[in-house]
Design a binder for this molecule. Structure first.
Ligand code: GLN
Length: 524
């Protein structure tokens, strides 16, 4: 049951083969069994039961609400959820209960989705490992697969199981793990520099960052307003297309959403890639790219060519400045966004009454982690009167050049770009935390943030396993508002790779800690 795609589950619910309450119960048991992965900050057990019960009633009356009726979903904890705590994994918002739903959350609920809970992330979405959360790091389920254990037992001791696991990627690591461990069918992430695609790739699921302006940001707690987009994580491309159809479209509460109505689409099973022009940007041969990812990338280019597509090398010459510009623009917007957290309006307030300034300062010291404070300081530095032109304005100008590179390439006849999503497979936690957040993000976001700088859509699709037994994904980048074309190519590729997100369950290791997991396997 939990190995189905969203579409299959929806069809089974519709014809009565599946019951929403039963489906909710299976997902809930799985959430409990996989607690150790730390994917969920808050499991909305009661709310979800109520929603599943209502869905069951609707099905009984033959009046389902929409495509997602009775489907268990999860939402990253930086989307506002009415009457459900929304923390951004930060001390600052602990205990904050929004009075309204983010537009995208409301749209899911309007379709009858069952909200299983809120997922873990790097504090305020700042990171790429889901390791910087006040609720502790998220663990990648593939760390517990037999392949990974066997391949890696030689190089590190696995006596203490808890120290031998790899990161989930981030910052939407909780959402990626929630999908890849089968606890929900689809999860919302956010993507500012790669936060949906990075964990999707590391956890072996599909992750879409839609075009900026296609999906409402209302109620998504902002990180970088000019780059943030809600992302969709699911088990397959078809499911992403279904959910995009539900979420996309103008929102009067977000003035950056486009007015044109979104044409929903269903992808055909047989996709023809002949006549498709696929660009391979030469600048994406970045230092640190693993040989495995490189070979996967070039094999995929060959595969496309064999299937009749035209594959051409292209140049996006300003790519090499992108990560630095991203840093300047990201921190500058973070500095102004985070100013709202002053101890008066939301969440945490320090118990200091000497002066308003002292209260602000203590609140922010106690409420934010080092990463958030560091980004606020950098951002304010870039925005100082004497630095504004030198850094902020300059970065804005370079951003335009980066976006123009994409426009030029697409104008020259290229339909989509094919690139790696990450440099390699997921790092072991112990190695990952040796570096500081900024260095890690610079490495992890190298192939993803450019699409945010340009506002274009991008999707990661799982392609296979590395020699260490961990998932590897590849990224397709498309033209603005041409999601249908992008998802078609992604679906074609998915079919060639035939990767199953839940496969690691078949390979659970027979160790003590995996005793619990044999229960999981029996649920599937
Ligand atoms: N890793 C990036 C950062 O830390 C991505 C953030 C995001 O997409 N939310 O800025």
């Amino acid at each position: 049951m939990l190995g189905m795609s969203l579409r299959e589950a929806a069809a089974a619910l519709r014809c009565g083969q599946l019951n929403p309450i039963e489906l909710y119960q299976k997902c809930l048991s799985l959430i409990k069994e996989t607690r150790f992965l730390n994917a969920y900050i808050n499991v909305a057990e009661d709310v979800a039961l109520r929603q599943a019960t209502e869905a069951e009633k609707r099905f009984r009356q033959g009046k389902p609400l929409g495509e997602l009726d009775g489907i268990p979903v999860a939402v990253k904890d930086n989307f506002s959820t009415a009457n459900i705590e929304t923390t951004c994994a930060s001390q600052m918002l602990k205990g904050y209960i929004p009075p309204y739903n983010a537009t995208v959350v409301q749209k899911l609920l309007d379709q009858g989705a069952v909200l299983m809970g809120k997922t873990n992330l790097d504090e305020f979405g700042m990171g790429s490992g889901s390791t910087d959360s006040i609720f502790g790091p998220v663990k990648n389920p593939w760390s517990y697969s037999k392949q990974y254990r066997e391949k890696n037992s030689g190089s590190r001791t696995i006596a203490d199981d808890d120290s031998d696991w790899v990161i989930a990627g981030g910052s939407s690591g909780g959402s990626a793990v929630a999908v890849s461990s089968g606890t929900c069918f689809v999860a919302l992430g956010s993507d500012t520099g790669g936060s949906t695609r990075n964990p999707a790739s590391h956890c072996g699921v599909v992750g879409l960052k839609p075009t900026y302006g296609l999906v409402s940001r209302h109620g998504l707690i902002p990180l970088v307003n000019s780059m943030d987009v809600p992302g969709i994580l699911a088990r397959c491309v078809d499911d992403v297309a279904t959910v995009l159809g539900v979420l996309a479209g103008h929102d009067p509460l977000d003035s950056t959403t486009i007015q044109d109505p979104f044409q929903t689409f269903t992808l055909p099973d047989d996709i023809d890639v002949t006549n498709l022009c696929v660009g391979i940007p030469k600048e994406y041969h970045a230092p640190g790219l693993s040989t495995e990812t490189l070979s996967l990338w070039s094999r995929t280019a060959d595969l496309l060519e064999d299937a009749g597509a035209k594959v051409v090398e292209v140049s996006l010459p300003h790519t090499r400045y992108s990560i630095v510009c991203y840093h300047v623009l990201c921190t500058a917007e973070v500095a102004s966004n985070m100013a709202r957290f002053d101890g008066l309006e939301y969440g945490h307030r320090a118990n200091v009454e000497d002066s308003t300034e002292a209260m602000y300062s203590a609140t922010r010291r106690e409420g934010f982690n080092d990463v958030v404070r560091g980004r606020i300081l950098s951002g304010n530095f870039f925005l100082l009167k004497q630095n504004y032109e030198k850094y902020f304005l300059k970065a804005q100008k370079v951003r335009r050049l980066i976006a123009d590179d994409f426009v030029k390439v697409f104008k020259s006849g290229v339909d989509v770009l094919l690139t790696p999503t990450t440099l390699g497979d997921a790092a072991p936690y112990e190695d990952f935390i040796q570096e500081d957040n900024r260095t890690r993000s610079a490495q992890e976001d190298v192939f993803t943030q450019c699409a945010n700088m340009a506002g274009v859509p991008a999707i990661t699709v799982p392609a296979g396993l590395s020699s260490r037994g961990l998932p590897l994904g590849l990224q397709f980048i498309g033209q603005a508002f041409r999601e249908q074309q992008l998802l078609s190519v992604a679906k074609w590729f998915e079919k060639q790779m035939n990767f199953c997100p839940l496969d690691f369950y078949k390979h659970l290791e027979n160790r003590d800690i995996c005793q619990r997991k044999s229960n999981i396997a029996s649920l599937l």
